[in-house]
Design a protein around this ligand. Structure first.
Ligand code: G3H
Ligand code: 13P
Ligand code: ZN
Length: 342
């Protein structure tokens, strides 16, 4: 099976009332972890790469690893998605490379730090939609800004500084014609999201529910959705790490989101924690080891466990065989029949 459009996966998820995890990758082992978890749980998957990941893997390594994934796991509908594209040009380069879905994050200026104007965001997102849909490729946009910074991306704001305004969300969707909408509800990227278990004052699920009521047919995306589990923090700290106490997004809140229109859930940090904990454990317990496989294999297994658990919790498990892929050419025809609204 070749790489498929994200729109199809999300439409199917909406029909089935489940969510699909979107997991970040930078290397072969992370791709292997996700694909093995997908096979074990029979899940469709979204594999995503940030600009940092594309630079780290020289872009083409990552793309060809993903082609290998489609050969080795032909039964798994697999999407290759650009995470947080910072400009129309970045999205174009991903489309040219063979990504089947792109995020145009016009909530920030191309520096990836400065919150943008609504008009800038509409213009950039709409241009990407026109370019991508012509090729059957999916587009995710974002309105409102997340907190935190990852690899230089992010305004470094408090998660509550730029929550999504539901009225603006409606106007944004109408003016851009996008496929999936990322919203800001108080989450941030990275491990330090909340200083105690989030409440309705810090994690604004009420805002998400309002947006879903206004846009019942739009696929919503939750970024910054790692749960930062205590057991993964503990393993790192037990073996010499120095994480400060922190809280992530509880899985029950994500499941509430899924019941209210969330179809894509972005998770990176939980996997980073799992990998780091597993490597630290080997280093601490077997200081004589120097074959990289001795610590990379347990790290790969630890990430696979986290991903498989999230796939089950988000409800995508068991759905890999529900549908046959629609080609990108077919998707393009479908978009051509429904031009972007102005
Ligand atoms: O956007 C957030 C993801 O965790 C990607 O992080 O930009 O450090 O690769 P990164
Ligand atoms: P986490 O840092 O919570 O894993 O979020 C990842 C993300 O939103 C990637 O776009
Ligand atoms: Zn994100």
């Amino acid at each position: 099976m070749s790489l498929v459009s994200m729109r199809q996966l999300l439409d199917e998820a909406a029909k089935g009332g489940y969510g699909v995890g979107a997991f970040n990758v930078n290397n072969m082992e992370q791709i292997q972890s996700i694909m093995e978890a997908a096979r074990e749980t029979k899940s469709p998957v979204i594999v995503q790469a940030s600009r940092g990941a594309r630079a780290y893997s020289q872009d083409r390594f990552l793309y060809h690893l993903m082609l290998a994934a489609t050969e080795i796991y032909p039964e798994i509908p697999t999407v290759l998605h650009l995470d947080h594209g910072n400009s129309v040009e970045t999205c174009k380069s991903a489309i040219d490379m063979g990504f089947t879905s792109v995020m145009m994050d016009g909530s920030l200026m191309p520096d990836g730090k400065t919150p943008s104007s609504f008009d800038y965001n509409v213009d950039a997102t709409r241009r990407v939609v026109e370019m991508a849909h012509e090729k059957g490729i999916t587009v995710e946009g974002e309105i409102g800004c997340l907190g935190g910074i990852e690899d230089g991306h992010g305004a470094g704001l408090d998660g509550l500084a730029h929550l999504t305004d539901p009225d603006q969300a409606v106007e944004f969707v109408e003016k851009t014609g996008l496929d999936a909408l990322a919203i800001a509800i108080g989450t941030s990227h990275g491990a330090y999201k909340f200083t105690s278990k989030p409440t309705g004052a810090t994690l604004k699920m009420d805002v998400l529910i309002k947006i879903h009521k206004r846009l019942p047919n739009v696929h919503l995306v939750m970024h910054g959705s790692s749960s930062v589990p205590k057991d993964l923090q503990d393993i790192i700290n037990q073996y010499g790490g120095k994480l400060k106490p922190t809280w992530g997004v509880p899985v029950e809140e994500i499941q509430l989101g899924i019941r209210n229109g969330v179809r894509k859930i972005n998770v990176d940090t939980d996997n980073r924690l799992a990998i780091t904990g597993a490597i630290r454990k080997v280093f601490a317990e077997k200081p004589e080891e120097f074959d990289p496989r001795s610590y990379i294999k347990p790290a790969r297994e630890a990430m696979k466990k986290v991903v498989a658990l999230r796939m089950t919790q988000f409800g995508q498990a068991g759905h890999a065989g529900d549908y046959s892929p629609i080609s990108l050419a077919e998707m393009a025809k479908h978009y051509g029949a429904q031009p972007v609204l102005v």
